[in-house]
Design a protein around this ligand. Structure first.
Ligand SMILES: [Fe+2]
Length: 283
């Protein structure tokens, strides 16, 4: 985690191309080989399908506005914030668990050690940390960029994916929730009953347990500073619950939106995300 928090000079010296190639490594999920982690780079990955490819479940106009407007704006704000504090980040994932512990710009070089010290001795954080307003901007903009990047990855045209989870991911879901339908029902209820803007998640916890949870605004289960430990972990499925995701087509009927979304879930990527999470936590 700490190796991703470097000054610009340090980042270039460390070899940016090599770091980027690591970010984009593709894993092999359920085929027996250890899967590589997928990071979140500081730009938008192009969608691998046309704007209207998710019709009739998600309309092209909403999808385009969501991607080119809302997501892109948060990414620009994140880049601006990181530029202001001269903090170069190769993988936005690395920011999430330590937003309250991020070092001030002039302290970046020392911060690699201080980050680990701060985690075990909060009283030492004081003067070395980023101002709270910068932390809050990273929480919102960084969370939004990471969440949306993941959200797009878990979407696919309805004829391009199996209709449900497969392999080890399917077994893990059945072991935890009984049946795939019971899992989908529980996830749907959590999403529908979440109050206000936010996200619904299927989380792979560090102890290997799968949990369904929701977060407010742009928080996500990687944010140890803001999410209860019971919900901390890596997402193996997520759903955007903000009005901008569905109001144009579904008005205030979030249940209709969630029911429609199940038709465009990229279950192949769920299996990949599950395999990555298992590997990350050494299971
Ligand atoms: Fe969104």
């Amino acid at each position: 985690m700490h190796a991703a928090l470097l000054s610009r000079r340090e980042l270039l010296a460390a070899g940016l191309p090599a770091m980027l190639s690591a970010v984009f490594a593709v894993d092999n999920d359920d085929n027996g080989k250890p899967p590589a982690r997928l990071g979140v780079p500081l730009y938008q990955e192009p969608l691998p399908f046309d704007w209207d490819a998710l019709e009739p479940y998600m309309d092209g106009k909403t999808l385009r506005t969501h991607f080119e407007g809302y997501h892109a704006r948060h990414l620009r704000d994140l880049q601006k914030t990181l530029d202001e504090v001269e903090l170069a980040v190769s993988d936005v994932v690395s920011l999430m668990p330590c937003i309250r512990s991020l070092p001030q710009p002039s302290k970046t070089r020392q911060s690699l050690l201080q980050l680990s010290l701060a985690a075990s001795a909060p009283e030492r954080r004081g003067p070395q940390l980023l101002p709270e307003d910068v932390q809050n901007r990273i929480r919102v903009c960084g969370g939004a960029h990471l969440n949306h990047t993941a959200f797009w990855r878990f979407l696919t045209p309805p004829d391009k994916s199996p209709m449900g989870p497969m392999g080890k991911a399917a077994k893990a879901i059945e072991d935890e929730f009984g049946t795939i339908q019971e899992f989908k029902d529980a996830f749907t209820e959590a999403a529908v009953n979440h109050d206000g803007p936010g996200w619904a998640w299927l989380v792979y916890r560090p102890d290997g347990k799968l949990v369904i949870t929701t977060t407010r605004n742009e928080d996500n289960p990687l944010m140890k500073d803001f999410v209860a430990w019971q919900d901390h972990g890596r997402a193996i499925l997520l759903l955007d619950l903000w009005d901008h995701s569905y109001q144009a087509r579904y008005k205030n009927n979030r249940r209709k939106y969630v029911d429609a979304w199940w038709n465009v879930v990229n279950w192949t990527f769920v299996s990949k995300a599950h395999a990555i999470a298992k590997n990350v936590y050494g299971h």
